[in-house]
Design a protein around this ligand. Structure first.
Ligand code: ADP
Ligand code: MG
Length: 573
């Protein structure tokens, strides 16, 4: 072809919906996608991979969604889950709601049918009005109909997910959008790199002074750190603030390790005493929800006798359960920095208080020690977790994923965390099923090894993802606390017809599941065996499942929240 022809030739470079979505995500630093392939997004997943994104394909959308949710928590960028329409979307929606409840940024992108078919209910393959279904379950929901709006759609989704109180966003992608073609240069110009996606929110000076006055007036102050403080990733400022106050603090489960659990001010082992006896409680990125008994009841002592200071980015959180004397509406980094600037001559709390807390903590730790050192066979929860505590002490960078009932409750108090965001668990809902999705994203996002300590029931919700762990060769060691049932392995059907409703096949061979896909599978019957197996797994970095056989008699109903079960007044026996 010679130069004279080129005037008449249309040599326009084109792009399409597929590539604009990929370019928009990458432009905003989103490079990982948690996915289950299928119509109409199979090619989108393939192209994402081809364009250098890390695409992790799961076996079930709710696990991919849980992975995206925890990716958001760990990175402060929205974790992205990509699913097919209707049923795949609905599976992903569970974790989108979970992310929203936990205040974690996530974007669920689902393929959908064309509006013309959905709106007249003509009956399409996997037809559903997904946008309408998603709306009440997330922070925001958007649909993109035209390729030239992809930049705006992705920008809005990112901003909605990470600004203010973070949460889940649904993005509806009708199949025909993906194939829409436009001029590449115009397309590139249409993309938006979001500037300052989670702007600082600075509390008013009067609010800071009010909080300092309340804190100064306290004789028995207590600080409670929640996962909002861990999410904020201003670890040095949190530590400086806690140390400047000199007050005892406790950490909600996912805030453990924000300061090391062996910190002299950590009152985790004196939790009952500090909740009850404190006269002023400062909440930092923690809500007074069911996990804190709504700030009232037996645990807390007489209602309306304590003063509360509450740091939270969401103004609506104030007074949600108890009157807040000093609301501090702002982001944690800005708020604590402003407070610190005015705390140069801060006097520590009265020594009677800190000494009483320290004495109680020392007594409780001493009482617990022999239980944790037992080498009983069959294993109980304390013997098994006592060994895992030692393993984590030697591997402070390993991430602990934890779910179950007794397995969760005991592990939370027994296993110490030395670094921030190393403990990932069931979150605000106390939901089961987060295990394998969380474990996979935790190592994909951080590169650190993961030990997932799972009740046998909890593991069952996401167990098939051990294939995903093996396929991607991830350094995940799953420890199944196998007590042959939910809560316990001892229930029986009173009529004698079927298994009891809460029991599983006795001593199931979960280890063979990992072996089936080429990983290591080991059975551990003693605490010694368990410790050795987990140490080996971390050292090797190979996908491993340790089937830890626990005494079926060892658990209690619903772990530590058995009180939430309603009781029947009718006795038919
Ligand atoms: P936990 O379960 O550990 O008590 P919650 O999830 O109940 O923690 O509370 C976390 C709180 O942190 C939420 O109310 C959320 O609005 C808040 N939050 C999240 N990020 C920030 C931030 N950067 N600054 C201030 N508050 C935040
Ligand atoms: Mg069990």
């Amino acid at each position: 072809m010679d130069g004279s022809d080129s005037k008449t030739e249309v040599s326009q470079e084109l792009t399409d919906g597929f590539h604009l979505i990929i370019d928009a995500l990458k432009l905003n630093g989103i490079n990982n996608v948690y996915h289950v392939p299928g119509i109409p997004v199979t090619d989108l997943g393939r192209m994402m991979q081809a364009e250098g994104m890390r695409v992790i394909s799961f076996r079930h959308e709710s696990n991919a969604g849980n992975a995206a949710a925890i990716a958001g928590y760990l990175t402060r960028k929205p974790g992205v889950c990509l699913t097919v329409s209707a049923p795949g979307f609905l599976n992903g929606l569970v974790s989108l709601a979970h992310a929203t409840t936990n205040c974690w940024p996530m974007i669920l992108i689902s393929g959908s049918s064309e509006r013309e078919i959905v709106d007249l209910q003509k009956g399409d393959y996997e037809e559903m009005d997904q946008l309408a279904v998603a709306k009440p379950l997330c922070k925001a929901a958007y649909r993109i109909l035209h390729a030239e709006d992809i930049g705006v759609g992705i920008a809005r989704a990112i901003r909605a997910a990470v600004s203010g109180r973070p949460g889940g966003v649904y993005l509806d992608i009708p199949a025909s959008l993906l194939g829409q073609v436009m001029d590449a240069e115009t397309g590139a110009r249409s993309l938006i790199k979001v500037v300052d996606p989670s702007p600082a929110q600075i509390p008013a000076p009067q609010a800071v002074d009010r909080a300092l006055d309340v804190l100064k007036g306290a004789e028995r102050p207590l600080l409670i750190l929640g996962k909002g403080a861990a999410y904020a990733q201003c670890d040095a400022i949190v530590r400086q603030f806690v140390e400047r106050t000199g007050a005892p603090y406790i950490a909600m489960s996912m805030a453990k390790g924000l300061l090391p659990d062996d910190h002299p001010q950590y009152a985790g082992a004196a939790r009952s005493l500090v909740l009850k006896e404190s006269d002023c409680v400062m909440l930092i990125g923690a809500r007074l929800n069911w996990l804190l008994s709504h700030g009232q009841g037996k645990q807390w002592g007489e209602r309306f006798t304590k003063r509360f200071i509450h740091v939270d980015i969401d103004p609506k959180e104030m007074d949600s359960n108890q009157p807040i004397s000093a609301p501090l509406v702002g982001d944690i980094e800005s708020t604590l920095s402003l407070m610190l600037a005015k705390m140069s001559n801060w006097a520590p709390p009265p020594s009677e208080w800190t000494e009483a807390v320290n004495a109680k903590r020392a007594a409780n730790v001493e009482r617990m020690a022999p239980k944790l050192a037992n080498n009983n066979v069959p294993m109980d929860f304390h013997g098994a977790l006592g060994r895992l505590k030692r393993v984590f002490a030697d591997h402070p960078d390993a991430i602990l994923v934890n779910e179950g009932a007794n397995t969760l409750d005991f592990a939370r108090s027994i296993i110490d965390m030395a670094k921030p965001r190393k403990r990932l668990d069931v979150g605000t809902w106390g939901v089961m099923g987060i295990g394998m999705g969380t474990a996979i994203a935790a190592t994909v996002e951080t590169g650190h090894p993961v030990v997932a300590v799972e009740g046998d029931s909890a593991f069952g919700f996401s167990g098939m993802e051990v294939e995903t762990i093996c396929r991607y060769g991830l350094p995940v060691c799953v420890v199944v606390f196998n007590n042959s049932g939910i809560y316990r392995g001892t229930d029986a059907d009173p009529t004698g017809r079927d298994p009891g409703t809460t029991v599983f096949v006795r001593e199931s061979r979960y280890d063979l599941m990992m072996q089936a896909f080429g990983g290591e599978g080991i059975t551990a019957r003693s605490p010694d065996d368990l410790e050795r197996a987990v140490r080996d797994a971390i050292a090797s970095g190979k996908p491993t499942l340790v089937n830890a056989i626990i005494d079926p008699e060892a658990g209690t109903e619903s772990g530590r929240i058995g009180n939430l079960n309603p009781q029947s007044a009718v006795n038919r026996q």
